[in-house]
Write a protein that binds this ligand. Structure first.
Ligand SMILES: [Zn+2]
Length: 264
């Protein structure tokens, strides 16, 4: 019968550029079923093969390998390293594992290197702290920008980036507290510049900042808001790079004022 070939059977119409259903919930369901049947499945070669099948739908040719703890990145040649599922307090390990795999696949689909060398070159003109912060701000902006692109292509996947971003901010808040010995959200931080950094992470990754911050930090964040919004709305990765450079330029200008903000 005309039109009843294999593709017609498995294809579900999508509004985005992908004609095949690439729902993260399907990956989660399959992982849960497999883990229930055999508890040794999680972290196994079969787990890896399923991730590879999932990644290949969006980024053909992707090879998935188990990485070190905390490692989660694409290397050159389409090799995705991802750590096996781990227990994280407050998170569903299978859900977050699938969300992290999805996150890296989104980089393959939406992120590119255009302007990368120019951004790195311009960031080296700043202090080492601001150079590093600029790279981090770029990564946060790009993560949210590509989640926005994914929303347009497949809104059913919306919950997964949200959870990855929530985990990232949780971990940064914990690190802030353990390394600086105080809560990040206070109107009198000992290190206002560190508070600007965590405020940027929260605003960009969680979409809003309704926590207590120092008045000087609130003023700088308000000044940065248009740059952040424009970068996230950009159609290209280079828009996130431009946003990171704009953020760093403002912080360099406001640096002394921010440092003085805790001196009384
Ligand atoms: Zn990322």
């Amino acid at each position: 019968m005309l039109g009843a070939g294999p593709l017609a059977e498995r294809a579900i119409p999508r509004s985005g550029p992908y004609h095949l259903a690439v729902l993260v919930s399907e990956l989660v369901d399959r992982m849960r079923a497999a883990a229930e049947e055999d508890p040794t499945w999680l972290g196994s070669e079969r787990n890896l093969a399923l991730l590879e099948e999932f990644a290949a739908e969006r980024a053909p040719g992707t090879v998935v390998r188990w990485g070190q703890s905390g490692q989660r990145a694409f290397a050159s040649g389409g090799v995705l390293s991802i750590e096996p599922p781990v227990e994280l307090a407050g998170y569903d390990s299978i859900f977050i594992h699938a969300a992290m795999a999805h996150h890296e696949v989104l980089h393959r689909v939406y992120s590119d290197d255009t302007g990368a060398a120019a951004m790195s070159g311009r960031l080296t003109l700043y202090t080492p702290y601001l150079t590093t912060l600029g790279e981090q701000v770029f990564n946060w902006l790009e993560d949210v920008r590509m989640a926005r692109m994914e929303h347009a292509a497949e809104p059913a996947n919306d919950d997964y980036p949200v959870e990855v971003h929530r985990l990232s901010v949780d971990q940064q808040e914990a690190l802030y507290q353990s390394s600086l010995g105080e809560q990040p959200w206070t109107t009198s931080p000992t290190h206002p510049i560190a508070q600007v950094r965590i405020a940027l992470a929260k605003r960009i990754l969680c979409g809003e900042l309704d926590d207590l911050v120092a008045p000087a930090v609130a003023r700088v964040m308000a000044e940065l808001e248009p740059e952040i919004s424009i970068a996230i709305a950009s159609q290209e990765t280079n828009g996130a790079r431009g946003g990171a450079l704009a953020v760093v330029a403002v912080l360099a200008r406001e640096w002394d004022e921010l440092r003085r903000a805790h001196a009384h």
